[in-house]
Design a protein around this ligand. Sequence first.
Ligand code: Z5A
Length: 213
Amino acid sequence: MSKKGLFITFEGSEACGKSTQIKILAERLSASGCDPLLIREPGGTAAGEAIRHLLQHAPEGDDLTPEAELLLFAASRAQLVREKILPALAAGRLVICDRFLDSTTVYQGVARHIPADETARINAFAAGGCLPDLTFLLDLDRKSSLVRMQASARKPDRIERESDEFFEAVRKGYLTLANNNPERIFLLDASRAPLEIASDIFEKVQIAVSLGL
Ligand code: Z5A
């Protein structure tokens, strides 16, 4: 299936504002006549949502090893790519995904210490060559992230219950990734006001669309 559309992903640590920004971007795109496909990882397909439940909420997931966790994220991604993303891109649509393979590189690779070459190999197999054209990384410090999570009053899931050290590693991992992939990853200070961040994102997306990236 050849690719004609544009594939955009959002990344960052907990409560960095991905959902908020995706919602604003989708509204702005809709207002300009574009109908983006909005999806999330893990999840986005029937099988993927079941995997998401196991990874985040089901008691059966409590003792998952880092390796099993990595493969479950990869399984969800393999299904999502082939069932939803590739057909949408082939139809020329703009696809916006809340998290994608950079999350695996950082959470399972960096924070769970799975060797980078193994993580990269499994990511490549799952994504099958389907890579984002543009990635927005919303960078937020751990303290601000905790304040936002506490304010939301939502019960933390299995991964959100990890230590400060884990999330410091996640943040550092993301910043390294952005530094190594400046052509694809657009780093944003997520502590700013939502509409200010949204303007930067919309401007970058308009450029990407006009360049036919
Ligand atoms: N994971 C993994 O380990 N490996 C993988 O390969 C993949 C994922 C794909 C998925 O979690 C978990 O899976 C995630 C990584 C792991 N684990 N953790 N931890 P998820 O999808 O359920 O949740 P999340 O991705 O961590 O996002 P979230 O908690 O839903 O947050 P968000 O979408 O980034 O933020 P938000 O909902 O837009 O905003 C959070 C709150 O902050 C909310 O009250 C907003 O009103 C507020 N907010 C948003 N923006 C602002 C600004 N700019 N200022 C002030 N307040 C704001």
